[in-house]
Structure formats: C-alpha cells, structure tokens
Design a protein. Structure first.
Length: 381
C-alpha cells in the first residue's frame, strides 16, 4: 500500500437515526447453561451474542453431517449431480451402525431420498452412500470436507469421516458449527428450506422423526442438526428467524435430549428478546471519503465488500457509534479493492463489529504538475 503507516481515525458518531447521544442501557447477561460449549450468532453480521468455550474443539457427532450436506448441496448447485440420480448402496454404507435410514445393500436410492435420510433421519448409512457417490470413497470425501472447511473459514475443525463416527482426530468447535450452518443457509437458501424443515421422513415403510425437536415447539426454528454419542453428549445446532432477524445457536455436551433442546431454546429466546438486527450500509455504499495525494483524482470513496449489518441491544439503535480507522496519508496509485482500514461499530464501550474497508475505485498516478503541487501542499499538512 503506497501510503504512510500513520493512521487517521475518522469518527462519525452518527446513527442512521436522529440522535447520537442516546444513553446506552446495560446488556443483560446471557443465560447460564450447563453445556460443554455453546454459542449464539446473529446470522446477518456474524456477531457473537453469547458464548462459552466457543473455540474449544469438541466431538461433533452427527452434527458433522452439516459439512456432508454442504458439499452435496454444492454438487447439486453446480449441476454435477441431480436429486434424481440413483446411488447404488455399498456394503460399507449398509453396515453403518448408529442412526440409520435402513437402506439395503445393492439397491439404488435417489440422491433426494438419501438427503432426507441424512438430514431428517440422521442416517449414517445414507451419509456414507452420499459421500461415496460424490467422491468415490469416504476417505476421499473426508479430504474434500477439510478443503471445504478451509474455504468456509472453519478455524477449529478437522474431519475424518462423513457421518461423525467417533475418532480422536475428528473435531469441530461450537463457533465452527454455527459458521457452517450459517454458510448452508446463506449459500443454499432454497435447498436449506427444502431439506432442513422436514419434521419426518418415511422410507421403505419406516417413518422417522427429525431429532431437532425444536421444529415442533418453536415455529421460528426452521432447521439445524443434532448429534449424540456417549463421549460427545447431546448436541444441537439450530437456526430461527423472527421479525426479520435470524440467529444460529449451538450447544454441545449436554446430558440429555431435553437439556439440549431447552438450552438451545434459551439461547434463541435470549437473542430475540434482547437484540435486534440493523442494516447500516448497502454493499458498495460509500462509508467514508479520504484525500489521495499525487493522483489523477483527489478524493477516494471507501467501501465495505458487502452490506454492513449489526446486531445491537433492542431499542438502542440511537446509541450506536461508528468510527473508521484509515491511513492519514494516501499516495497514488490506489487500486480498487485495496484494503485500507477498518470500520468499528460500538455500543457504549463495547465493540459490536469490526468491518474491513477497501478502496472504492482506482486512482492512477497524476501528471508531473499534480505530483509537484501535492508535494508542496503535503509539506504544510
């Protein structure tokens, strides 16, 4: 970046509403949960609204199937596979223990049925069948899972198998689980609604119910995934949407099915009761403007890459403040998309979000007269 290292803080102290001087109210503490780890995210901004040991590596059990689902959804989106494709069931898939869809070795089952069997019935057999169909073998598919995990931005995850079968080197964190569920909702919204909101699934005359029991008790919950092994305890990820705000909650290591349900519900209700989601800037909207020296233009718009959203205490939008940390001296040339600084959004003394800022257009080096003139002017800055 062609500029001095000294930084300028542009403090806007503005709200999208009228008053920048509303008195902030205290944010209530989140509920205390008896879980190994948990997290509550605001979907639009990715903000953490509540957390405990959220980066700790834990056994994810069948929540692993979220990653298998993401990859299968991506294969469908790219047109590499079709919901009507018939998958020949291998002996390995058929022999899988734990929760099952009850498919038979040698039979052909559609990708659509296998997806319902994996997401709704949490079938390990269906999961392995899909992994083998996409990648040839489950071990190759696991490599695929780790590649996708890096691209999505999972920071504390490593996959050994497609279903979450216990292995000492197979782990995720609560934060990564929430990131992954959010990625599914963001990247495949129609497929998410099609497969994750089903309360029951019948195959070969056997009816099974979705283990995410929040689908029955809370109409705002529209999907998620459960997991359970003796070592992992009872785990649950779930997403809910109320009044235009979507949250994602994850709890791991609870001691019963009822506990994971009630604790996840407590997180979701806390988020909607005490927070709301707000939109501050559209994608590409000018957030600030900075002086550029020795260029063919003098003023540079500063933008974020995407829309800027924030979750804040309910009714307290007027108490938000924003400031942009930007270079005090910028010298041309500047390339569009070049990282320039950070937008900080605060509520009282608490930082709610930090958003990277980028150059909104190219500015080329100016002519010799412009450069000489700016050289003199900079001496008086």
């Amino acid at each position: 970046m062609s500029h001095a290292k000294r930084l300028l803080y542009l403090v806007f102290l503005f709200m999208v509403t009228a008053s920048a001087f509303a008195k902030p109210l205290p944010i209530p503490e989140p509920p205390s949960l008896d879980a190994r780890s948990y997290i509550l995210l605001d979907f639009d901004s990715g903000q953490v609204l509540a957390a405990k040991n959220a980066e700790q590596r834990v056994e994810p059990a069948s929540i692993t199937k979220l990653m298998t689902t993401y990859i299968v959804f991506d294969e469908l989106k790219k047109g590499n596979i079709s919901p009507d494709d018939k998958v020949t069931i291998s002996e390995k898939a058929w022999r899988m223990g734990g929760s099952k869809m009850f498919i038979e070795v040698g039979t052909q089952v559609s990708v659509d049925d296998l997806l319902h069997g994996m997401v709704t019935a949490s079938g390990n057999d269906a999961t392995v069948a899909l992994a083998e169909y996409v990648a040839g073998t489950e071990s190759t598919f696991a490599d695929y899972m780790n590649q996708y995990g890096r691209e999505i931005g999972l920071e504390n995850s490593h996959f050994v198998d497609a279903s979450g079968w216990p292995h000492e080197n197979h782990y995720m964190s609560a934060h990564d689980i929430a990131r992954l569920l959010g990625a599914i909702i963001r990247d495949f919204p129609e497929l998410y609604q099609q497969y994750f909101n089903e309360k029951k699934f019948t195959y070969n005359g056997i009816e099974q119910y979705n283990r995410n029991s929040l689908l029955w008790s809370d109409e705002s919950v529209d999907g998620g995934k459960t997991g359970h092994t003796e070592a992992a305890g009872y785990c649950l990820s779930a997403s809910a949407k109320r009044d235009g705000m979507r949250t994602i909650a994850v709890v791991t290591g609870t001691n019963s099915n009822n506990a994971r349900k009630s604790q996840t519900a407590a997180l979701i209700n806390y988020g909607f009761r005490f927070y709301e989601s707000g939109h501050l800037f559209d994608a590409g909207k000018e957030i600030a403007e900075v002086r550029v020296w020795k260029g063919d233009d003098t003023m540079l718009p500063v933008v974020a890459k995407g829309a800027v959203d924030v979750a804040f205490p309910r009714g307290q939008r007027d108490a938000l403040t924003t400031s942009a940390e930007l270079p005090s001296t910028l010298l041309a040339p500047i390339k569009k998309g070049e990282r320039l600084g950070t937008l900080e959004i605060k509520y009282d003394t608490k930082t709610l979000a930090q958003v990277p800022l980028f150059a909104g257009k190219d500015i080329e080096r100016g002519g010799i007269f412009r450069q000489l003139t700016d050289e003199v002017m900079m001496m008086f800055e």
